[in-house]
Design a protein around this ligand. Structure first.
Ligand code: CP3
Length: 322
């Protein structure tokens, strides 16, 4: 999840103006930003400061991240001719700053694990095709239904970008990976199964032998949780729309991550505490629960509230032996 976001004053101070991609290209800055939430909140893992469009940007597809908007593409992907703009990604040559940031962060973190990540083929494709964030994914769906052959070739290329990126992050020292299919919830289960799951499975399979836990997450994916688990995840991320005990039934044998509603954190503390305990109660002390928000931190959130949530989860975790 985008965690640090604009909610941390120390993040805003360091990041400055301009594209987030510039901050990501600077290992000094990116390493420091990765460590900020760990220091501030005392969380049990760090997530690399990067973005899901970094590989596509690094091979020159022409994508940037506009503050307050998200990824935008100058010339969106429209036809088979555009496949030529998606050459193979060579992390050491195209984006050496990512590996450098990972190495620096891991050296600083000691025993705290670093989570590396990539965008899943569907979610990255949706940005490349729409050219900007979309509510309907109209063009994306038009392509997958109207030209399944081109769709499959596009997703194969994007799977290759994600695979190369994840392998490089793990080689540099990341000890878990997360594959973000943030917008997969826009699809019906049948369409997800046919047009998306095989490509995400290829990504998750490619890191299966590396002995790092593989976490797979999307928003609004209640009806897709079982299929996302079947794609090869060890941990399935759950947003706040499905209660955690129900989510567990949909992914038998897998660990789960989630699922406090980030907007609940804007409510009075008693409500936040109550909802935090509710998530823990629904997990009922079962092993394999990573407590997290159901999606990213809202920029207007007081960081002090998140610190209280982290402390409460740690206290409750100790008292139930989890
Ligand atoms: O927050 C962190 O430090 C973790 C690193 C991280 C970022 N992006 C940095 C970032 C991670 C894990 C991501 C993943 C990402 N990026 C996803 C998948 C996870 C999720 O939240 O669903 C997606 C969909 C993106 C694409 C993206 N990048 C969007 C939609 C936006 C929001 C634009 C906005 O300002 O509202 C971004 C920008 C972005 N990437 C920010 C951060 C911290 C926002 C703050 C900034 O621009 O400085």
């Amino acid at each position: 999840m985008r965690q640090a976001g604009r909610s941390l004053p120390e993040y805003r101070a360091l990041r400055g103006e301009g594209s987030i991609l510039d901050a990501i290209r600077n290992p000094d800055l990116a390493a420091e930003i990765t460590l900020q939430p760990v220091r501030r909140y005392g969380v049990d893992a760090a997530i690399l400061f990067s973005d899901i469009v970094v590989p596509a940007a690094a091979i020159g597809f022409g994508v940037d991240v506009t503050p307050g908007v998200g990824p935008v593409v100058t010339e969106p992907f429209r036809s088979a001719d555009d496949l030529g703009r998606l050459r193979a990604f060579e992390p050491d040559i195209d984006a050496p700053y990512v590996g450098e940031t990972v190495r620096r962060v891991v050296a600083e973190l000691g025993a705290t694990p670093l989570i590396g990540f990539a965008g899943a083929p569907f979610t990255v494709a949706s940005y490349l095709i729409e050219g900007q964030p979309s509510r309907t994914y109209g063009r994306t769906k038009a392509m997958l239904h109207g030209d399944p052959e081109l769709w499959s070739q596009l997703l194969d290329r994007l799977a290759d970008l994600a695979i190369a990126s994840l392998l490089a992050q793990v080689e540099a020292g990341a000890s878990a990976i997360q594959l973000f299919d943030s917008w997969a919830g826009a699809l019906s289960p049948a369409d997800y199964d046919t047009y998306v799951r095989p490509h995400s499975a290829a990504v998750l399979d490619s890191v299966a032998d590396l002995d790092v836990p593989r976490n797979h997450f999307g928003v609004g994916t209640g009806e897709l949780l079982t299929l996302m688990g079947d794609a090869g995840a060890d941990v399935v991320g759950v947003d706040w729309r499905v209660p955690l005990d129900v989510a567990r039934e949909r992914v038998p044998g897998k660990a789960v991550q989630g699922n406090l509603d980030p907007a609940v954190c804007l409510a009075p503390w008693e409500v936040v505490a109550d909802r935090t305990r509710d998530v823990l109660r629904r997990n009922a002390g079962r092993p394999g629960h990573i407590f997290n928000l159901g999606h990213g931190v809202l920029p207007e959130l007081d960081p002090g509230v998140l610190k209280q949530v982290v402390d409460l989860v740690h206290e409750e975790g100790r008292s139930d032996g989890g």
